[in-house]
Design a protein. Structure first.
Length: 322
């Protein structure tokens, strides 16, 4: 739906291409002419949005905004990613046009870290399959020992905001830490591994917490999963593209790894039946970063970025050129 609801909008048309919380929508409608199309670009076009008037677009890292889409919006001045990720926003096209790109760095990092630890505990202790076993009357037969986090080896793919918060929580379990990234960080906890396969081989749990995008596509592949081993678990709270889905399915089918916790899937929301049916796979619907606090923080970052842009003041959360 599209509506100009306030005299304060002053021709400031905002096109939102993702689902947004009601409170965020209300705030946008108070200050802007909002064109809300949560199913994306195709829905916006079919609804007859006039691209000539759109000065701001709201998206996220998964949906992004391509150069071709930007070209179809001749008045576009700012693209705001709702959340930290912006990997599918065409930064080169935005730079050529002088379009500002903003995001919400760190807004949901603590919530994602909490979710990752929750998946680790649930996988190790077998919460889901054991609950099903009890429901099926197999109380006595399901009381075998289970691994736990205390003293285990945790490998982190990524040592950014989220990786560091996961590491801090893991230290509460006395876990041994290792991490892989583009480069070591002098102030990061744990040992740096230049080779991801070596990190996996030295880990009981491997958590994917790096950025998405072409540079990390299928970084966790067959070799990495093989190195993780039959007693190892992989957890992905970053982007589905980082973990090779077919390699994961094959590893699970051959008991090459013990299990997986997935908040993101390559072709989400479509999930392969082999993952849905596996007793040692936990899947959540890309909600690791969703909590009341994180939604408020992301809303505030979005509103601040739009207000600062239209007021011609410095934008706190603008993406800086690398």
């Amino acid at each position: 739906m599209s509506a100009a609801l306030s005299a304060n909008t002053d021709g400031k048309h905002v096109l939102a291409l993702i689902a947004l919380p009601d409170a965020t929508l209300d705030a946008l409608r108070r200050g802007y002419t909002l064109h809300y199309h949560p199913d994306g670009w195709g829905e916006a076009l079919s609804a007859g949005v006039d691209p000539v008037n759109v000065r701001a677009a709201v998206t996220n890292g998964s949906t992004g905004l391509s150069g071709a889409q930007m070209a179809a919006l001749p008045a576009l001045e700012i693209v705001s990613a709702f959340g930290a990720g912006y990997e599918n926003v065409d930064m080169a096209a935005a730079t050529r046009r002088g379009i500002v790109v903003t995001h919400a760095p760190g807004a949901n990092a603590a919530t994602v870290a909490d979710h990752a630890i929750g998946l680790l505990l649930a996988l190790a202790r077998g919460y889901a399959p054991l609950t099903e076993a009890v429901r099926a009357g197999r109380w006595r037969a399901s009381r075998a020992e289970r691994p736990t986090l205390t003293g285990a080896r945790l490998g982190l793919l990524g040592m950014g905001r989220i990786g560091r918060l996961i590491a801090a929580r893991a230290q509460g379990f006395d876990m041994t830490l290792g991490y892989h990234g583009r480069q070591p960080h002098a102030d990061a906890p744990g040992r740096y591994y230049a080779d991801l396969t070596e990190l996996a081989a030295d880990s009981d749990f491997l958590v994917i917490a790096c950025n998405g995008g072409a540079a990390t596509k299928h970084l966790v592949n067959r070799e990495v999963l093989q190195a993780l081993g039959p007693n190892g678990y992989v957890v992905n709270v970053s982007r589905g593209s980082v973990l090779d889905t077919q390699a994961l399915i094959d590893a699970l089918a051959h008991a090459a790894i013990a299990g997986a916790g997935l908040d993101v899937i390559e072709d989400e929301p479509e999930v392969p039946a082999a993952l849905l049916d596996h007793p040692d796979v936990l899947i959540t619907p890309h909600i690791a970063g969703r909590s009341p606090a994180s939604m408020i923080a992301q809303r505030d970052a979005l509103l601040a970025s739009l207000a600062q842009h239209f007021a011609h003041t410095p934008i706190e959360f603008a993406v800086r050129a690398a």
